[in-house]
Design a binder for this molecule. Sequence first.
Ligand code: GLU
Length: 519
Amino acid sequence: MAKGQQFIKMREVRVRFAPSPTGPLHIGGVRTALYNYLFARHHGGKMILRIEDTDSQRFVPGAEEYIIESLRWCGIEIDEGVGYGGPHAPYRQSERREIYLKYAKQLVEAGWAYYAFDTAEELEALRKQYEERGETFAYNYKVRTTLPTSLSLSAEEVEQRIARGDIWVVRFKMPENEIVKMHDLIRGDVEVNTSTLDDKVLYKSVDALPTYHLANIVDDHLMEISHVIRGEEWLPSLPLHYLLYRAFGWTDTQPEFAHLPLLLKPTGGGKLSKRDGDKMGFPVFPLYWVSPTGDTAHGYREDGYFAEAFINMLALLGWNPGTEQEIFSMQELIDTFSLERVSKSGARFQPDKAKWFNAQYMHHKSDAELAEIYQPILRGHGIEVSDQTAGFVAGIMKERATFASELWDLTSYFFVAPTEYDEKQLKKYWKGENPRILSEVREVLAKIESYSKENTEHFVHGWIADMGYSVGQVMNTLRLALVGAGKGPGMYDVISFIGKQECLKRIDALLANVKPIDA
Ligand code: GLU
């Protein structure tokens, strides 16, 4: 890692998140963005958002907006990029198309690349021929001079073909039998023999667009990217990228590379997919998504997760702080994050752990924060109360909630009288002498002036003791009247909150409307 550290000292850290707008952003992509962001902020560097939309076949309308909105929700701040501008604008590759042809030609002139004129049909036929012989066709050093390329055709013919509008591509001329030595900040040294690699297409005349490889390298260079932090699926492209830097003469400023481990299915085998989420009932996307054809997918935001909890969970999927600490604010993540502590092996996604994180964040919310979350829900139920009241009530029950959507069920009885009674509780308590005792408690409560928690507790408990009744018996019957069920916090929290009038009203309602089960 010494090499990487030296590099950081010498150069301003500039990282980029470079998604292709091919659909909703997978949580693996969000994690890539997050690690880039944490790394940038840790080193006082810049975070760039580049949209790689040169593959027009896979472009999905709405995906770019989705990416930007997802990052915003997560609190991943962008310094330069699509939607933000910056000194290297434009940051959307389709708007930079005229830049790339020049670079493709430069490689051809330097002998690092060549024109190829094969049509899709010809290539398909070749593939079939190879298959019939039990072999796999690869466009490489073995065949490139036997096919219609600028390596086999005369310079005049190449010119003629281009001039008359034949379709062509520029392919990289992968050297034969050379060992490319690479360094990855997570994986260490990696070596590949170039004879195992094919001649990748860099540029296509048909749509006058570069492919991923060319656009990615050219832009990383022009945008002065210092570190490329991306998913493991791009590791096989690394030898080509190294060679492209060499071919362009840019090795001096070539970025450092770090390939992040995969996010694995909860069962461990294979990459986490939307199907796993659908099957097991958890989202694999940050936000709700509707595709142009109307397909929908769940999102963490709409499913009630707090952005901070979601980010905290993602940060620990593939990175560990080296301590037992699990709860991290974004600032703490920035302070602690390092690529050295990113693991080499895949990180198994655990849906229950996602919920656990959300619950932790819920339990640590202040009353003021809870009020903000709970007020819209209360208003939805037609309840108008002060922020203080909303926060206070949610605060009493927050320890039992994982999601904000559970708060109403946990606390509705603070605001509305029960309209029905839990059957199990009725069977257990609405019988024998309990109805009579409830009428007696009513009289005690009617006599109390101050309805503070302490005062009501003092009088009611004192009375229960004087009468020699069972505390459990009396309080559970009272709970049935006030809450309608066996749930809820301490009874005196409820009594003092709803006040005398409402208390008596709810007791009267049970006495008047529900016949004791043994009557
Ligand atoms: N556009 C690529 C993607 O969608 C970017 C890969 C990279 O970061 O180099 O993942």
